[in-house]
Structure formats: structure tokens, C-alpha cells
Design a protein around this ligand. Structure first.
Ligand SMILES: Cc1ncc(COP(=O)(O)O)c(C=O)c1O
Length: 438
């Protein structure tokens, strides 16, 4: 056995000190903290792939608009709870320009990141009908969204979509929906962690079932248009970002400033409620609030109670970024394409050293290269692989934490620096030698 780049004892002791019994279940923050400690003590640089934080400069158009708004004195004023009119307008145009869906500005509601958008949506959806008290996750997914439901004491169910792609999705979804207890379905597309993209056929299945069973679809577009296999960057021109909005009226689209515009720090996004859903009243909402529609409850009750609106200056920033994108003056995807290039290089190195991609295709087409990818190694569980790679100075999270049933890891490309490909190459060569595949 060749020596590993980091002494095994150092990693084992650090994990022990954190009192983590099963490394496969370690959270992103725990993996990050252990990697940071091992890095400091060993002096060996880690290749950090556990965090999904944008690694690029924030969009300049946003920063400029935000500074100007602050200089104009908007910081002293409470923002309009409905949202800055200019932002609502541009968000509505953005949905038309990049999804080709008509949605009134009224339904485009600023939130402090998509995280707040899902929190407010989960709450509102769970209160519509007292018989529908459970949220269904099409997993794998973003672990914090389940944490949100734990925090609010609401129920959820989940399944791993791995074995239910294409028309198999229908029967699987119906097995939950026919019980009558599901209020909403949530998924991200492109997907965190697997980077699979549900296609039009799958979105049609979800949309049609949502209408049939009268449930709401929460479509998390945190990685908007980042399926780099297609050029989705041209406003008002096909191809468009695929969306369930073409197949049902029961939807909320969650658009985030964090990844597409590298604007995570300012906590800004828009929740886009369909025209029909916005104006719909529900018995559960009328009983609890004495009136209101889905849209007005979402804004004037739920968001009002949560944060009384969204940071005023950040709304100016997002309005400016969306406007520049809508006007075709700013190709936001050019700035984030680098994630795809990194994924391509990293995957190539891993695959050459005996690893395989776990979620490797969208109904026969190889998954896109993007923000995340998933890897496994023969004969190792996700937990074993996550721990083993730590000895080689590579940190990533096990897929178990994302609601996946597959054995492997999620790797994020956002922190990778140019010199680290050579590092990974060298370390994975030792890894492969130490773990011959029989
Ligand atoms: C699928 C998904 N949804 C939502 C978010 C959070 O978005 P925001 O920063 O807008 O709250 C993330 C961030 O990692 C994500 O991966």
C-alpha cells in the first residue's frame, strides 16, 4: 500500500474528535470543517468539492445597480412587501424570455433567496387543504429543504428518481398522489446533486398529474438554464429552459440569484406564482386567515411574517441583472459556463482512475457537465468512499445525505482551481494503485 497524501491517523482522529460515527452521514459543514482542520495540520492542500457555493465574482451589473440604489438612499426605506415593481416586471419578462411562459408581474415575488421561497411555499401549500399535509420530494435533492420541513414540523415523503425516469415516473408519482395526502411536489432541475435534467416528457407527466390530483408543483430552478448541452442563453428564442409551467397551472417557479448570477451573498431570488394559482382561494387558507388567495397569503401573511420583504438594494441588483439578460445585453450563462468545463476535466480524471458516474444519463443521453456530478468506486459504499478520499485530500459528501439510494458521492466544481487538476491526477493515481479493481 502506498502512503496516502494525508496521514490516515490524522483524518481518523479528526473524525473521531467531531464524534461522527458514520462519515457517510456527515453534513456538508462537518465535511468542510474536518477538511479544513486536516489541511491546517498536514499542510497539504485539499481539493474541496463538498460545498455548493458559487466560486465566481458576482455579476457586475447587479453590484453596480445595488451600489447606486444605496447611494440614492433606499436603505432607510422598507421595501414594498409585494416586491420592487421594476423587479416584478423584469422577472415576468425573464420567465417569458427564457422559459417562454406568460406570467404576470403580480405573481413574481422577491424572496431572500430560493431558500425562503421554498420555506414560504412549503408553508402556504401545507395550509391549503387540511387533508393534504405532506410534501413529496423527487430526490435526490437539496438536504436543507427537508430541514425546512423539520423546522416547521411538517411531513414529507421522498423517492429516488434513479429507477423512475421517463414513463416510469407516472406510476411512481401516482402511487403517492392517489392516497390524497400530498399537497406539493418539489424537485430541482438541473438537479442538485446529480445534475440530471428532467426532460419534457417527464415534466409533462408531473404537470398533468398535478392538475389531475390538484397539487402544486414547486420547481426549483436554482441552476437556471445551466444544462450546458443546449444553448439556453438567447432571450425570446428557443431552445428554452424546460419547465412544468407548460403542462399545468398549479406551479411556483423558484428562480435564484445565487448561482446563475453568482449573487448568493445578497440572498435574493424570485418566487414566480402562476397566474391561476395566485388568484385561487383554498378552504384551508380562508379558514386560517379569514380570506385571501394563494398569492396574497404567500405575500401578505407568510412572507410578511417571515422577513417583511426582501433586502431593498438586492432587489435593485436582481432587477438590473434580469433586465440586462432580457435585453440580450448580458449573457449570464457565459460567466458560469466555466463550471461545466471544470466538471468535464474532473470527471475525465476520476473515470480514468476506475471511478464511474453514478447518475450518468438522462434517458440515454450523458448528463451535462455542470455545477455538480456524482461518482462511485467499485466495492465501496458512499460513506466508505467519502472517508477514503479524505486520506487523499479530496472532500465531498456522500449521496445518502441527499435522499439518494445510490452508493457514491456528490462532487461540486465551484471551488476547483486551475492547479488542482494536476493534484487530483497525482492523488487519484495513488488511490487507484491502493484500490485495485478486481
Ligand atoms: C437546489 C437548490 N435550491 C436552492 C438553493 C438555494 O438557493 P438560494 O441561495 O437562492 O437560497 C440551492 C443552493 O445550493 C440549491 O442547490
Amino acid at each position: 500500500m502506498k502512503n496516502t497524501p494525508i496521514e490516515r491517523r490524522l483524518i481518523d482522529e479528526t473524525i473521531e474528535n467531531f464524534q461522527i460515527a458514520d462519515f457517510g452521514k456527515a453534513t456538508i459543514r462537518e465535511v468542510k470543517a474536518i477538511a479544513a482542520k486536516a489541511e491546517a495540520e498536514s499542510g497539504v492542500e485539499f481539493i474541496k468539492m463538498e460545498m455548493g457555493v458559487p466560486g465566481l465574482p458576482a455579476s457586475a451589473a447587479g453590484v453596480k445597480a445595488e451600489i447606486e440604489a444605496l447611494q440614492d438612499g433606499i436603505a432607510s426605506l422598507y421595501p414594498d412587501i409585494n416586491g420592487l415593481p421594476a423587479l416584478k416586471e423584469e422577472a415576468s419578462r425573464f420567465i417569458k424570455a427564457f422559459i417562454n411562459v406568460d406570467l404576470e408581474p403580480e405573481g413574481c415575488v422577491p424572496v431572500t433567496g430560493s431558500m425562503q421561497g421554498t420555506f414560504a411555499s412549503f408553508l402556504t401549500c401545507s395550509q391549503c387543504d387540511e387533508n393534504k399535509d405532506t410534501i413529496l420530494f423527487i430526490d435526490p435533492g437539496f438536504p436543507v429543504q427537508k430541514q425546512q420541513l423539520v423546522v416547521m414540523g411538517a411531513k414529507f415523503e421522498t423517492f429516488d428518481v434513479y429507477d423512475y425516469r421517463g414513463d416510469k415516473l407516472k406510476e411512481k408519482l401516482e402511487s403517492y398522489l392517489k392516497k390524497g395526502h400530498i399537497s406539493a411536489i418539489v424537485y430541482s432541475n438541473p438537479n442538485n446533486p446529480s445534475w440530471i435534467c428532467l426532460n419534457e416528457e417527464e415534466l409533462r407527466i408531473i404537470g398533468e398529474l398535478a392538475t389531475q390530483y390538484d397539487i402544486i408543483v414547486l420547481e426549483d430552478l436554482a441552476y437556471f438554464a445551466m444544462d450546458f448541452r443546449k444553448d439556453l442563453s438567447k432571450p425570446f428564442q428557443p431552445p428554452y429552459q424546460p419547465s412544468v409551467a407548460h403542462y399545468t397551472d398549479n406551479y411556483v417557479l423558484l428562480v435564484s440569484g445565487s448561482k446563475a448570477f453568482s449573487y448568493a451573498g445578497q440572498r435574493i431570488g424570485v418566487s414566480c406564482i402562476s397566474n391561476k394559482l395566485y388568484h385561487r382561494s383554498y378552504p384551508g387558507l380562508s379558514k386560517r386567515y379569514g380570506g385571501g388567495t394563494f398569492g396574497t397569503v404567500f405575500i401578505h401573511r407568510v412572507l410578511y411574517a417571515l422577513s417583511s420583504g426582501t433586502s431593498h438594494s438586492a432587489q435593485y441588483a436582481l432587477a438590473a441583472m434580469l433586465k440586462a439578460a432580457n435585453d440580450g445585453q448580458y449573457n449570464f450563462l457565459d460567466e458560469v459556463k466555466v463550471y461545466g468545463e471544470r466538471a468535464r476535466k474532473l470527471k475525465e480524471i476520476f473515470l480514468r482512475h476506475g471511478f464511474h458516474l453514478v447518475y450518468d444519463n438522462d434517458l440515454g443521453n450523458p448528463v451535462a457537465d455542470g455545477f455538480y456530478f456524482t461518482i462511485g468506486y467499485p466495492g465501496m459504499t458512499g460513506g466508505e468512499l467519502a472517508k477514503e478520499l479524505m486520506y487523499y485530500g479530496v472532500s465531498a459528501i456522500s449521496l445518502i445525505t441527499t435522499g439518494s439510494n445510490q452508493e457514491g458521492l456528490r462532487a461540486c466544481t465551484s471551488f476547483i482551481q486551475e492547479h488542482q487538476y494536476a493534484q487530483l491526477e497525482e492523488r487519484m493515481a495513488i488511490f487507484a494503485e491502493n484500490h485495485p479493481v478486481i
